[in-house]
Design a binder for this molecule. Structure first.
Ligand code: SF4
Length: 343
């Protein structure tokens, strides 16, 4: 890998970052807890959306000790809508380990990697931003910028390529400004060498060092391996109402959305008649169908085609947990796949 070319981008990128960095809540200090939390949230969600989650999360869990002590339902409620709920559980697992060691984060990448749920990217981000270690944090933004600068057509989902790029970047990290360099690369990828549409090469601080720009190949980079088609599944969901109460239940402890709350549901897209027959076996007393709605939810590997029936019920059998509207809003963390039908 051409480390000289990477070295050439360091200084212009840092100069640009000094004047162009966005003012983001998690950038106001270099507290590892703040950097860690924001990086995990940003792995799956846009910056604007993360701001609200980040503020609410910090209000409820201002440090690792508070996070370690959060009841699971509260934790999952705070994460509701972000998806990838195992990340929230891993955050807490990690907070528990940290709180047994005085709440201090390890300062080296290897030390960070030994924590539960902390991978290469997060370890690199914390080590460089909080502890000024020359460790790259290679995410999609950094991969995009670097493959364009180097005009490298290796698929970016190739783990060996990611590792090689992290090593090459590590060699050019500027002493004393490691944290800035990590953030500058991410920032350029997020705001200038952006993922959708044309990159803004005309305002890019490293344009003169970029091979893809020179050769007109920016639109062909980065290269990704073809994605596997998502598995299609169909489910009928029941929004069962009795007065101001709604029926919910816990999902199995393993598998998709493990251990989270859900609305009762069954396989297939049932017709009204089929739904009525299904409900008649649930001891709900007289039922009245109030609304039907189709929707979908997309996971990484699966697409759910969904049909939801809102049903007024006469009885509240103990096979379900019946929660009030207030509880549903404030306490019960319901994944978006289901919540879309009650809002
Ligand atoms: S010149 Fe264009 S393609 Fe190259 S790094 Fe800058 S924005 Fe990206």
């Amino acid at each position: 890998m051409d480390t000289t070319r990477l070295l050439n981008i360091v200084s212009p990128l840092l100069d640009w970052f000094s004047v162009s960095a966005r003012d983001l809540p998690w950038r106001r200090d270099r507290e590892p807890y703040h950097v860690w939390l924001s990086e995990i949230m940003l792995q799956q969600t846009r910056v604007e959306a993360v701001k609200g989650y980040y503020a609410r999360f910090l209000a409820a869990a201002p440090d690792v000790f508070a996070l370690a002590a959060l009841p699971e339902d509260v934790l999952l409620k705070l994460w509701e809508g972000l998806g990838y709920y195992n990340r929230a559980r891993n955050l807490q697992k990690c907070a528990k380990v940290l709180s047994e060691h005085g709440g201090r984060f390890p300062e080296t990448k290897d030390g960070l990697l030994a924590l539960p749920g902390v991978g290469d990217y997060t370890a690199g981000a914390i080590a460089s931003i909080c502890f000024e270690q020359p460790c790259a944090a290679v995410d999609g933004n950094v991969l995009r910028v670097c493959t364009r600068v180097l005009e490298d057509f290796t698929p970016i989902d190739d783990a060996a390529f990611k590792k090689a790029l992290a090593e090459a970047l590590g060699k050019v990290y500027p002493k004393g400004r490691c944290g800035d360099f990590t953030q500058a690369l991410m920032e350029l990828g997020a705001t200038v060498c952006a993922p959708n549409g044309e990159p803004k090469c005309e305002v890019c601080p490293i344009a003169e060092h970029c091979l893809a720009r020179a050769h007109g190949t920016t639109g062909k980079l980065p290269v990704k391996k073809p994605k596997k088609a998502r598995r299609e599944e169909a489910r009928t969901v029941f929004h069962l109402r009795c007065g101001d109460h709604t029926a919910v239940q816990k999902r199995p402890a393993k598998g998709l959305l493990a251990g989270l709350w859900e609305l009762p549901n069954t396989e297939g897209l049932l017709s009204e008649a089929e739904a009525g027959a299904y409900l008649s076996g649930l001891e709900l007393g007289d039922t009245r169908l109030r609304a039907a709605r189709d929707g979908e939810h997309i996971f990484t590997h699966i697409r759910w085609a969904l049909r939801c029936y809102t049903v007024e019920c006469e009885k509240m059998p103990g096979t379900f947990t019946w929660v009030s509207d207030e509880q549903l809003k404030g306490e019960i963390g319901l994944p978006t796949a289901f919540r879309q039908f009650i809002e």
